[in-house]
Design a protein around this ligand. Sequence first.
Ligand code: CA
Length: 505
Amino acid sequence: MRAWLYALVVATTAASIGGRADASAPGDSSACENLKSLSLPHAAITAAQPVDAGGSIAADRSARAPRALCRVTATLTPSTDSDIKIELWMPAGGWNQKFQAVGNGAFNGSIAYPALTGAVTRGYAAASTDTGHVGNNATFAVGHPEKVVDFGWRAVHEMTVASKRIVAAYYEAAPRHSYFTGCSAGGRQAMTEAQRFPADFDGIVAGAPGLDWTGRAVQATRVAQALEGREGARLLEPQRRRLHQSALAACDAADGLKDGLIANPQRCTFDPGVTACKGSETDGCLTAAQVETARLIYSTAKNRKTGREVAGLMPGSELGWTDLGWTASARATGLDQFRFIVLGDAAWTVQKFDLDADLTRAEDVDGGTINALDPNLKPFVDRGGKLIHYHGWSDPQISPGNSTQYYTRVVDALGGAAKVDGAYRLFMAPGMGHCGGGEGPNAFDMLTALEQWVERGQPPDRIVGSHYTNGVVDRSRPLCPYPQIAAYSGTGNAEEAANFVCRQP
Ligand SMILES: [Ca+2]
């Protein structure tokens, strides 16, 4: 049976389950405590306790309950080697009758308390998982293929199935709608859910998804290898600033407005060679070796076996780079991927990396367990699911090219943009870094846009993003459904979203 069909059956069953043995109601502490006796397949509820508003969640955590809630913890064991921890927070009063699962970062390994707090503040019953291991690295993977599966896709799905049943038991009603929100590794989890378990969620927010998990590992490792032991080839802050200024000089105005943002970096033809030192110049210019480093960071790699490309970083992202190219997290995650998942060799070093062989090997070994590259979203689309996907064009950690490539592959797989537009939209954010930050608008409310789409049938034609300096909005722009870009209308304040329209580039 297809995995998604299995999920559909389980979810439908869960919706019909409910009812407590006594007459206690949510908000009543016994209703929460009674959940301890709830029986779930391959799951053990380890705690079910009411927590007052402002109450401490656990002695060793700084997390506080944003409102009075029922906190349930459980351990899920879908395989004999599984040890998946989940936490479910359910408002004791003021429940919005909806469920939200929240994503994690990098190699996960802990409950995402800030995201849980945000969801419950909005009235959601919310759940998070450690994805089946402790600690934000990949050492767990050696000798534990089932734990890799849990991390890759199973933990979030199992959490979702169990959580819906617990919600139904506590409130005596299934959630009216279920959502998933996540960025980075959480964006990858979001895509995995849309691809594998279309019945799990009515709406999904996938931010900067690490969906080409192995491709990103390859790109960060390739740059790390080129710079290992070659300090003269590294790009220090003056060189990164120089590159950034030169990229803007080449491409900022080409989108119709000289505003320090490159609205369409894929149309930007920028050669780092223009930053090369001339004569006796030294101020931030690049040596020949540094120019080569910059070219490498922007460059695309290719899987020789499948022909699929793996994007580099984009012109405009330079201020987010480090001395070693991609971010420290990208390098660490890439190294862990090769050491503990691809090769099972803790002593492996980047000097041993071979682009052609290792790009293919990493993808083959994964076999779609962690990668979320399946473009067939038809089951999700057909059941009425809605997916909002976003990515910052200046992301220095996960290439935004991963997102545009995936969107394009989905359009191709489903038979054209018109087949996709009613269910899945991608919003690219100029000048935005990894899940936030950067010179461009980087603060927005994707969940509200998704709620409008799912609950009121209003698709997001534009989503306003803001940029803050010292807590004050000093710039706003509409984020537009890809491939549209935000174009200045020609009149009014060029820092206000109202004066922009979305149009084809
Ligand atoms: Ca511009």
